[in-house]
Design a protein around this ligand. Structure first.
Ligand code: PEP
Length: 248
């Protein structure tokens, strides 16, 4: 799976131009799940443009309540008929909007309840990495995010070291593979081996067309969550094409 997180970029007309530029190329590739996650305000128009294609749509966030007096929030029910995936717990949400493990857990429960497929983001901060605490932090984020969740069938996890997001400084393929292996082993302990084996775990953090192969060639890595490079149609297409070739 290659998922593009457009973050808070593109007006509605820019979003439609961007999707038009990548639509035909992406649709030709059939052995990779391609997911694009535009801002909420563009979900409907982008959704219309990819209707009938193999491209899937995701949102970048969701609130956990079904409806009510939560000014400015978007509920899982509102998203369920607009898109298939939703990014939950992105480090930018944890950092700038104070999302805790408990909130992330509530959002995952709420998304699964209405049939949305969460892309759960976990990853350590620079100081945690430098203190040698990566494994501990990632294991704890996984545990708290999935607390009391019985079924994981449609969950995707993205391992995104915070120091690698938007910095141009990616992890190495080997580092990412190691931590993703750990996430898979922990998932097997929390659930079972079958679930862990089938779960897609992506790497995210400064993935570009130039370093895609380094990650996709790793045995534990099932794809990538791409931020900046997903805003350039030719680069995103190249990432998806390379992934398709490697996974053939
Ligand atoms: C992201 O937004 O999840 C991300 C990984 O961003 P970037 O690829 O720009 O580092």
């Amino acid at each position: 799976m290659i998922a593009g997180n457009w973050k808070m970029n593109t007006t509605v007309s820019e979003a439609t131009e961007l999707v038009k530029a990548m639509r035909a190329g992406l649709d030709q590739i059939d052995n990779v799940d391609k997911v694009i996650c535009p801002p909420f305000i563009s979900l409907a128009s982008v959704g219309e443009l990819i209707k009938g294609s193999s491209i899937k749509l995701g949102a970048q966030n969701v609130y956990f309540a079904e409806k009510g007096a939560y000014t400015g929030e978007i509920s899982p029910l509102m998203l369920a008929d607009q898109c298939e995936f939703v990014i939950i717990g992105h480090s930018e949400r944890r950092q700038y909007f104070n999302e805790t493990g408990e909130i992330v857990n509530k959002k995952i429960v709420a998304a699964l309840k209405v049939g949305l497929k969460p892309i759960l983001c976990i990853g350590e901060r620079l100081e945690e990495n430098e203190a040698g605490r990566t494994e501990e932090v990632v294991s704890e984020q996984l545990r708290s995010s999935l607390a009391e969740i019985a079924y994981l069938n449609s969950l995707v996890i993205a391992y995104e070291p915070v120091w690698a997001i938007g910095t141009g400084r990616s992890a190495t393929g080997k580092q990412a593979n190691e931590i993703i292996g750990l996430i898979r082993r922990n998932t097997a302990k929390l659930y079972d081996k079958e679930i862990a084996r089938n779960m897609r775990i992506l790497y995210g953090g400064s993935v570009t067309a130039d370093n895609t192969a380094e990650f996709i060639n790793q045995p534990e890595i099932d794809g990538a969550l791409v931020g900046g490079a997903s805003l350039k149609a030719t680069e995103f297409l190249s990432i998806v094409r390379q992934t398709s070739e490697i996974k053939k």
